[in-house]
Every structure is written in structure tokens, then in C-alpha cells.
Design a protein around this ligand. Structure first.
Ligand code: NAD
Length: 484
């Protein structure tokens, strides 16, 4: 198969927070994989930056160690690592002071793309954006990349947007949601809009309901005190699950470009109806053996923050009227598994005598651990003995058809960072999308705060509180099993 990777122009990538956890865990190992794949042009450089004092040699060692700790098979490529770290430099800057900025400005080169990754807490975004301009580090074509959390409510998101936009144009701002960088998430768009088969069925005439699950097995562990200020709604639903919901529910954009796609996603968010509190379940994991409970992890014995949430929501438009979207996400659940399931309606009438089982088609899009798509179809059970029907998955991952290249897809961060250099914002959130998502989220949170709702306890290693199962039982439906 001929690879059709779109090349990128030479770039200088400055990573603020270049010694931090996200940089070491995701960004730098991801860049190394792109370097090995040959998608990092010769003249490109990566400039790490943080408050601590290091020279280039020390920073290169930090990155070697990070690749050793967080890299995959590629960490065995010693010669590759030697060549990669030659591209790395380090400049100490203080985001809140003026030290180091002139030196950074002096390193910038004309005619080379400048990208600035804000891998620091959001309280520093404004300081960095302002200094990038004041010290002429950024030019008119520069791009900035910002991480979640993008605000904690509508008001703070608006303020953050206003701050960033006072220094950069919207087309220079790349708000990362790494779920959008996943291969299957993009495949979802290819399946919907590249085939004639699915789109005619993609509406309330044929779809019974949709489930979106993001289940984790880990607890909040060492970052409990931080997590306790956000909870599952802010940390996962407002951004990741919302983005997945948009891609499932949006109308076909007139073309696959950034604004056309994001306009359609925005319409979905704006059409989301308020969530009735009967359709909302919040939970906290309990202690198990010597494993601490959520409240112990959060270091607050009276915490009301949720480590699990399940809700039913509706999109008020012609396509989706009457079709429930069930969303759930939580920590310490029975398996690490994320999937979107499009559950089609039951067959209206079965011609097969004695076949009383409920047969339905389900399109399941797995995001992790092993990305892939399968379509559950009903077929005849092989062999003699009459017409017995069974439901089997039709694997649409197509590894055989695509060969080894299908195995070697870049991870979400790698792909998104490369899109920044390509100037492609399709898989990044626009400011108005983020604000619309908070505008939907805020009243839900305000509602449970006003009612003083206490999250239900759930046993670790389960599918969450019993009330979550009840949420669907009441509608005569059930969650799909959470399995690895
Ligand atoms: P971290 O605390 O590990 O790293 C922060 C970095 O910022 C360090 O390199 C530190 O030296 C630098 N820094 C702090 N104050 C500074 C200042 N005044 N001037 C210059 N540099 C300064 O944090 P992290 O986990 O890497 O997270 C970074 C951002 O990414 C946060 O916004 C976080 O919410 C987000 N994020 C992190 C993860 C993750 O897996 N770690 C995942 C998603 C989003």
C-alpha cells in the first residue's frame, strides 16, 4: 500500500512545561515516534522550556529518560534516540516573570513554523500568551496549543478565550481534545460520510438509542485533591464524551474542513436539551480491602464530587427527536474500555418461526484498549437443524485488507501535534464549541449542587452504582457490558 502521509514544513516547537508530566509521558515520546517515521523535517527543532535551570545536555537526558519510561518498542532504538535528542534544546523561562524570554526570542528563525505548546496549568496561559507577543517570540503565523481543562464553567472558559484571543487569532489557537485524534474516531466520520450504507439509517427511524461509555480501572490516586475540584462531569463529559457525541450526531458538513466540521458540531451542542435530574446518576467508588475509597483518595471525608456519572440526554432536532443518548464514565470500573454503540431498532416482524430472541444490529466503535469497529449482524447458525439465528460481530477493523500499516497508526497526540504544523484545525475544538459545551454543563452541575445530591457509593470493579443500570432498565434497555 502506498502511504499518503501529508508532509509538514520545518518547524520549531516550543513546549512550555517541557519537563512536566504530560510532556514526558505523551508529547516527547510521541514526537520521537514521528521522528522515526520520517515526518519531522531535517531543520525542525524542539525547544523545551520550564522554570527550572537546565542546559541542552541535561534536557536531552530528561527526554531520553522519558522515552525510556513511557515509550513503547521504539525505546530500544538507541541510535534513533541519539539522533532525535540532537534536535532538542532548552531555554529556562519564567511564565510569570520576564526572565528568559529575550533568549527564547533570539532562537526563533524566519520562515520556519513556530508552534507553542502550553503544557502548563491554565492559570499560566494568559501570562505566556502575552509574553510571546511582547517579546516578539511569536509571529503572525505562529500557533499555540492548549490543553484541557479549558475552564471549569462557562464564565471561566469565556475569560480564557478572551485572554487567548487578545493575543492570538482563533485560527492560531489549537485546543486539544486527544479523543479527537484517535484513529477510530476519524474512522467514524469516514464510515458515516464515505459510505452510502449507513447514513440513510442514521436517524430516529432506525436508531433506537446510542451509548457512549468511557470506563477506567484506575482511581484518582495521587491526584485526588486536584480531581476533587472537577469530578467526572467536568473532567470527562463536558469535553471528551461531548466531542464523541457530536461526531455521532452531527449533520454531514459540506466539506471536510475545519470550520465546516466544527459548525456542525456546534449545532449539535446547541441542540442538546437540559438533563432532567431523574436521568442523572452520580457515584463515588467505595473502599475495597486495603484500597482507599474515593473520599480517602480525595482527602476530603465529606466530598460530594463524583468519580462516576451516567446520564440520558436528548438532541432536539429532526434527526434525533426521541432517540436517547446514554453517556457514562467513571473510575475504578470493571475494565478499561471506551466505546460508542449505535443500537439500531428491533426488526419489526420476524419471519422465522420459533425465533423469539430480540435481534438487533449494533455498530460498536471501540476507542480503547484496542481501537476498532464492529457491526453486529444476525445470521443463520451454521449447520443442519433448521433456521436458528445468531448475532455475530462483523469485524470492520480491516487489518487484513490494509496490511501491516494498519497496525502502525500514530497515537492521538502524535497525530494532533502534526496537524498543528500542517495548520489543520479540524480535530481541535473551537472556542465557541467549548463555551456551548459549558453552557449545557453548568445548569446540570448547578442543579445537583442546589439539591445537595450525594453521590451513590459503588463497589470498585463493577459497572458503577446500581442506579446507573436502573437508568436504562426504566426505559426497557440495558447497558452493554464493560469488557476489556
Ligand atoms: P506538571 O505539573 O507535571 O508540569 C508543569 C510544567 O510547567 C513543569 O515543567 C513546570 O516546570 C512548568 N511550570 C510551572 N510553573 C511555571 C512557570 N511559572 N514558568 C514556567 N514554567 C512553569 O503538569 P502536567 O501534568 O504536565 O500538566 C500540564 C497541563 O496539561 C495541565 O494544564 C494539565 O491539566 C494538562 N493535562 C495533563 C495531562 C497529563 O497526563 N499529565 C493530561 C491532560 C491534560
Amino acid at each position: 500500500m502506498v502511504s499518503r502521509v501529508i508532509p509538514v514544513d520545518p518547524f520549531d516547537l516550543v513546549i512550555f512545561g517541557g519537563t512536566g508530566d504530560l510532556a514526558r509521558r505523551k508529547i516527547l515520546p510521541g514526537l520521537f515516534r514521528r521522528f522515526r517515521a520520517g515526518t519531522m523535517p531535517e531543520e525542525s527543532r524542539i525547544i523545551g522550556s520550564a522554570r527550572s535551570e537546565h542546559d541542552d545536555a541535561e534536557y536531552r537526558q530528561i527526554v531520553r529518560d522519558a522515552i525510556g519510561e513511557f515509550g513503547g518498542d521504539e525505546k530500544e532504538d538507541k541510535a534513533g534516540i541519539d539522533a532525535f535528542v540532537e534536535r532538542l534544546h532548552y531555554v529556562r523561562v519564567d511564565a510569570k516573570g520576564d526572565d528568559g524570554w529575550k533568549e527564547l526570542a533570539g532562537m526563533m528563525r524566519d520562515g520556519i513554523i513556530r508552534a507553542f505548546y502550553f503544557s502548563v496549568g491554565p492559570s499560566l496561559f494568559g501570562d505566556i500568551a502575552e509574553r510571546l507577543n511582547r517579546f516578539d517570540v511569536a509571529d503572525d503565523k505562529s500557533r499555540i496549543v492548549v490543553e484541557k481543562p479549558f475552564g471549569r464553567d462557562l464564565q471561566s472558559a469565556k475569560e480564557l478565550n478572551a485572554t487567548l484571543r487578545s493575543h492570538f487569532r482563533e485560527d492560531q489557537i489549537y485546543r486539544i481534545d486527544h479523543y479527537l485524534g484517535k484513529e477510530t474516531v476519524q474512522n467514524l466520520m469516514a464510515i458515516r460520510f464515505g459510505n452510502v450504507l449507513f447514513e440513510p439509517l442514521w436517524n430516529n427511524h432506525y436508531i433506537d438509542h446510542i451509548q457512549i461509555t468511557v470506563a477506567e480501572t484506575v482511581g484518582v490516586g495521587g491526584r485526588g485533591a486536584y480531581y476533587d475540584k472537577s469530578g467526572a462531569m467536568r473532567d470527562m463529559v463536558q469535553n471528551h464524551l461531548m466531542q464523541l457525541l457530536c461526531l455521532i450526531a452531527m449533520e454531514a458538513p459540506s466539506q471536510f474542513d475545519a470550520d465546516a466540521v466544527r459548525d456542525e458540531k456546534l449545532k449539535v451542542i446547541r441542540a442538546l436539551q437540559p438533563v432532567d435530574y431523574h436521568h442523572l446518576v452520580r457515584g463515588q467508588y467505595d473502599a475495597e480491602g486495603d484500597q482507599p475509597s474515593y473520599r480517602e483518595d480525595a482527602e476530603d471525608p465529606r466530598s460530594f464530587t463524583e468519580s462516576f456519572i451516567a446520564l440520558r440526554c436528548h438532541i432536539a432536532n429532526w434527526r434525533w427527536a426521541g432517540v436517547p443518548f446514554y453517556l457514562r464514565t467513571g473510575k475504578k470500573l470493571k475494565a478499561r474500555s471506551s466505546e460508542i454503540a449505535v443500537v439500531f431498532q428491533d426488526l419489526g416482524h420476524s419471519i422465522f418461526e420459533g425465533d423469539e430472541k430480540r435481534h438487533r444490529n449494533i455498530l460498536a466503535i471501540r476507542l480503547q484498549p484496542n481501537e476498532g469497529i464492529d457491526l453486529q449482524v444476525t445470521i443463520k447458525e451454521p449447520g443442519p437443524g433448521g433456521m436458528r439465528l445468531i448475532d455475530v460481530p462483523l469485524d470492520m477493523t480491516f487489518a487484513d485488507a490494509l496490511g501491516p500499516e494498519a497496525e502502525d497508526v500514530p497515537d492521538a497526540y502524535e497525530r494532533l501535534i502534526m496537524d498543528v504544523f500542517r495548520g489543520n484545525q479540524t480535530l481541535f475544538m473551537r472556542g465557541d464549541e467549548v463555551e456551548a459545551a459549558w453552557a449545557w454543563t453548568d445548569p446540570i452541575i448547578a442543579g445537583w449542587e442546589a439539591r445537595g445530591d450525594v453521590p451513590k457509593l459503588y463497589e470498585p470493579g463493577t459497572a458503577g452504582p446500581d442506579d446507573s443500570a436502573m437508568l436504562l432498565h426504566r426505559d426497557n434497555r440495558r447497558w452493554r457490558d464493560i469488557k476489556a
